[in-house]
Design a protein around this ligand. Structure first.
Ligand code: FMN
Length: 149
């Protein structure tokens, strides 16, 4: 079993994670050694909770101001995920972060995931744009397995 925590404001990350869960079920049906994926959505309404199992974090990018290189950017919308990771030892249980965003943002593409990795000390392991593609689902399913070992 692979655990995922994600946050989604406009639904892209939710759709990607749902596709990943469905892909895991399909893989598992063909080969029981292929792990299932269990996903939990974090939002402003999520109560503080100390996780007990290791997990991966999926976070889209919402930034205000700055250019992502030499001046500051302000995280907006996804703060509930940051606060959840800061709670108890949750950040230490995170095996890695998968970022998403839109490449039109150039240097700020997936920057929130990169900032989480730098701040919490877990690796930035993959990225995809918007809702991702079937090949992104396949690639990231493999990446999660590689980083679960
Ligand atoms: C106000 C706003 C700011 C955004 N800023 C960035 C950004 O700095 N970098 C980036 O890669 N994507 C940025 N995006 C794109 C989102 O990360 C992208 O649409 C993502 O798929 C949204 O995920 P969600 O639908 O799960 O909330 C921004 C989108 C909005 C609406």
């Amino acid at each position: 079993m692979i655990n995922i925590l994600y946050i989604s404001i406009s639904g892209n990350t939710r759709a990607f994670v749902q596709n990943l869960v469905a892909y895991g079920e399909k893989q598992h049906a063909g080969n029981t050694a292929a792990p299932l994926i269990q996903a939990k959505e974090i939002s402003d309404a999520s109560p503080d909770f100390q996780e007990t199992a290791k997990f991966f974090c999926f976070v889209p990018t919402y930034l205000e101001g700055g250019n992502g290189v030499d001046n500051g950017t302000q995280e907006i919308m996804t703060n509930a995920m940051r606060e959840y990771l800061e709670y108890g030892t949750n950040g230490q249980l995170c095996l890695g972060v998968i970022g998403s965003g839109n490449k039109n943002f150039n240097n700020q593409y997936c920057l929130t995931a990169k900032q989480y990795a730098a701040e919490f000390g877990f690796p930035f392991i993959a990225d995809y744009e918007l809702r991702g593609t079937p090949s992104d689902v396949q690639r990231i399913y493999q990446t999660l397995q590689d980083h679960s070992k």
